[in-house]
Design a protein around this ligand. Sequence first.
Ligand SMILES: [Zn+2]
Length: 381
Amino acid sequence: MDGVELLQELVRIPSPNPPGDTRDIANFVAERMRAIGCDVRQPSPAAKPEALNTIAVLGAGEPRIMLHAHIDTVPIAATEAQKWSVDPYAGAIHDGALYGKGSIDDKAVLASMMLAMMEASEQAALQGTLVLVAAAEEEVGGQLGTKWLADARRLPACDFIIVGEQTGNKVATAHKGVLRATVRTSGVSVHATNPDRGVNAIVAMSKIVAALDLYHRDLARLIHPVVGVPTCNIGVIAGGSTANAVPDACAINLDRRMIPGEDPEDVKAELQSVIEAVDVAPASAAIGDFVYSRWFDSGLSTKHARTFMDCVRGQLDEEPGPIGYLPGSDAKHLMDLARGDMIIFGPGSYEVAHAADEHVRLADYEATTAILLDFLRRTLY
Ligand SMILES: [Zn+2]
C-alpha cells in the first residue's frame, strides 16, 4: 500500500467536529482493516450514533499493544476558509508536504498506524495482540469518544499504548489537565450621578482579578519535570451595560492548568479560598460552574517503552524525549487501561494543526511509519 495515497484518501473524507459525524471515515478504516483480516468492531454511543469509532484487532495473547488516533478534525471556520491556498479536502502535495484539513491532526499518524497494521497482518503469526483504535470526538474533549469507549469497556487493557498526536516524532509522556470556572460578583446598581449609593461589581471583581494574578505567579513554585508549571489564566471578563450606571454584576472565566499529581478537588478548594480571602464587601463574590479534564502522566520504564525510544533514536537525529505535550489528548481517558506505559507520538507540530494550510511533511510522516514498523517488528514478530 502506498502510504501517500492512503493519507490522501483519509484527507479526502471530511470529518469536521462539530458536527462530528465520523461514519464515512470510520467505515473507510473498517473496510481497510477487514480486508487485511482484522477483527473489526464499530461501536458508537446511543447519545450520538453518528460519532462512529472503529476498533480493529490482529493476533491474540500477550503483549497487547494499542495504536490510537482520532478520526475527527476541527471544522474550518469562515475566516480560516479564505486563508487556505489549496482545497483543504483534496490532499494536494507541494514541496514535499501533503496539505489538508486533518492532514497532521490526526490523519498522518492514523495512516502510519494503518500501514503498521497492514505489515503486521502479513506476518505468519503475531506474538501478541495489536489493537488499532480510530476514535471519534477527540476535538470536543472525547467524552462521547474515547472516554465513552473506555467506560463502556469497549477497549482492552494494554501493555503499551501509543496515542497519535503531533510531537515531532518525539515521545511525550505527560500533558496538563484543565479546570475551568466562573467567578461572579454582585453589587447594587444605581445611576452614575452618585455612584457611592451603589455597590460596584466591577470594582469588586478587580480586586479578585489582582488576587488571582498573584495566585498564578505563586503557582510557578510547583514544577513538573516534563510539562512545567501550573497556571491560572483569566480569559474573559463581562460586566456592566452602560457608563452611566453602577454595574450590579460582573463575571470572569478562568482556565486553571493542572500539572500531573494535582487533584481537581484540591484545586477547586484552593480557588475558593483565594476568592474568599478577598474583601469585596459590601459586594459579594462566588465561584462555580467548574468543568475539568484530567492530566496524563506516564513513565518510560517498561521494556516496550525502552524499545520504542530506541526505534525513535534510529530515525531522529535529536534526543527523543521524554517531552510534554501542551494540548490535551485522549491519553487522559486511557490511563486506567494502561497496564504499562503510554506515550503520545506522531509527526509534525500541533501549531500547524487547527489552522489554514495545515500540512504534514512527507519525510516526517515516513519517519513515523518507519518507527512504528520497527517497534512492531521488535515487539510482535
Ligand atoms: Zn489531535
